[in-house]
Design a protein around this ligand. Structure first.
Ligand code: ZN
Ligand code: ZN
Length: 164
């Protein structure tokens, strides 16, 4: 799968894909007709294999957290689980290869959420992958890489983990 491969290259880790939650209906908020991403994250942790540091779930439903109208994804800061939804990333696709464009966006958001699981916070640099995106335009504008500053933080996080 393109996303798993991209993550392997970006983070220099071994990746594996597998089925996790059969559905996320338990997280549906019927008033908002959206899915509460924090609830999905909690359930997801149980699926993180022992030897795997992190788990990323890809979903297609519209996600929210109570203080925001929607989110592209959510992560446990310095934790094990994160997730990304393609739902809102489908907005305003404009190149000829729509699937490829959507995949690039998903990959960006996966890098971003994984960054949070390594303890990284939002970055002011608008081209950095850790920049907080309010709109799809922000997602398209940022690069697929961590800025120099975030890269150092990420390397530190890896060092901390390998010392454990
Ligand atoms: Zn974020
Ligand atoms: Zn940065």
């Amino acid at each position: 799968m393109a996303v798993a491969e991209a993550v392997g290259v970006q983070f220099g880790v071994h990746t594996q894909t597998k089925k996790t939650l059969a559905d996320v209906e338990f997280a549906l908020d019927s008033e908002r007709n959206q899915y509460h991403s924090t609830r999905i994250l909690e359930a997801l942790q149980a699926y993180a294999p022992e030897q795997a540091g992190k788990i990323v779930a890809l979903v297609q439903v519209d996600l929210f957290i109570p203080i925001l109208t929607h989110v592209y994804g959510e992560a446990q800061l310095d934790g094990r689980a994160c997730m990304v939804s393609s739902h809102r990333l489908k907005e305003d696709l404009k190149t000829l290869d729509l699937e490829e464009e959507l995949t690039r966006r998903v990959i960006k958001e996966v890098y971003h959420e994984l960054g949070h699981t390594f303890g990284l916070l939002h970055c002011k640099d608008a081209s950095c992958i850790m920049h907080y995106c309010r709109s799809i335009r922000d997602v398209d504008r940022k690069s697929e890489s961590f800025c120099r500053y975030c890269k150092v933080l990420l390397q530190d996080a890896f060092k901390r983990i390998s010392r454990k």
